[in-house]
Design a protein around this ligand. Sequence first.
Ligand code: NAI
Length: 499
Amino acid sequence: MKSIEQRPVLVIGAGIMGAGIAQVAAQAGHDVMLHDAREGAAAAAKSRLATTLDGLAAKGKLTADAAGATLARIRPLASLDQAGDATLVVEAIVEDLEAKRALLRELEAIVGEDCILATNTSSISVTALANGLRRPQRLVGMHFFNPVPLMKLVEVVSGLHTDPAVAQAVFELGAQWGKTPVHARSTPGFIVNRIARPFYAETLALLAERAAEPAVLDACLRAAGFRMGPCELMDLIGHDTNFAVTQSVYDANFFDKRYLPSLVQRELVDGGLLGRKSGRGFYDHRDGPVRPSLPGFEPIAPPAAGRVVLHGRSAVGDRLADALAAVGREVQREPQSAWTGVEADALQLRLTDGRCATALGERVAVFDRLPNSPDTGAPLAFAVSQRAPQGTQAQAASWLRAAGFNPMPLRDVPGLLVARTIAMLINEASDAVHQGVCDAPGADAAMKLGVNYPAGPFEWLAQWDAAAVVQLLDALDAHYRGERYRASPALRLSAFGTM
Ligand code: NAI
């Protein structure tokens, strides 16, 4: 096998992605040719890379020698005709099927028979791009994430024509470049852009129902371990970009309502409220970064009650048991109960199973799931039965506060926020695996490395219970009666313990 230095790489498109790919390939030791259709763009990208590499050397992340050598390996190329010795081409040009097809056909006439052709497309079918090539089996997707030098994930995307040996070679090369490659089958959104849809969609659906304000939803999902809440993340990505990805996944799935874009986001786009880049989105960014403040957390002692029963096991129940013990109060346990949560006299405070509090009774409140061990004062969504007598919301909030949570009232929506978001991420990942898009470890790695999730969907599933996830989805499905909450056949089967 040829050493890396003997394997020149051609990167086409010297924009955000192409420049990053060129840097990573050159840092791994390849000679890199960088070409862009716009005159001077490749040379300009090289000089920007010089600044980047100098910065890395100044911070001690790279020796000055390594930075210099990396830069020296990158050669702007005016014409593709000079690229005949490339062993790998990675194209990162404009996201347009015809432009990419034309470029790939042109390349076939220039590069050698063994040269692998890779596309960094994030939404175009690799199978469609290969159609019409003389040797379609050498085309593979090599989907990097932005910023390329920092993001570890690369999705290695195989279309119907792709030779498995080509996919494997690119997989191994990705690993040599310091990335974590994951195999994916060419299907709409590949892995990350598909499985991530519910993260945005559930919050957008709750906003459409006026269940809570963006700041509340963001805070609750951050408490579940996400680095950013969906609203602040969509503001960062740009609503135009995020909406376009959702729209393309929806279109490509023949308008399956599971992927239905949101009118809430559509209106932001139409109004030019694109997020940080336009100064306003869900939040106002004009005076710098914003994080609207929420009511602070005040610890309190457990409220007075004649009888407190803890049903099943939950973090709220466990913490209340400690709080009650600390003040010498009695608590009964019903570990085998049909529901999970706290019963304090006539009030039931139940961990959501997907049903609304209103459907469960009069003096009922439901609270959300938090998958990690949350800090004291962590925001926790809850909702109260619409049939409850006055004062029930304040009472439920007091019990949650006594358990060390910062209670965030939502309208009485099924599955609240964190529970339904994570259930839907698990559901989408289950379907992706069921349809052979990737395997379960690949889905977990992709979501953790491609979008920084605190855990992978199958890791969440392992801490939860497939039957409970299906029950929650079925409750959502019964409530909304649409296609969105259709449980994955794989998840339904695994609820019987078969996966
Ligand atoms: P960009 O607009 O920053 O860069 C594209 C570059 O390609 C431009 O410099 C343009 O002059 C050049 N170009 C256009 N047509 C060309 C042609 N026929 N031949 C040679 N050069 C040509 O775009 P960006 O963001 O770097 O995206 C490039 C590709 O990477 C797209 O396919 C995009 O979907 C994909 N991608 C983008 C990500 C992102 O976050 N920006 C993430 C992952 C993939």
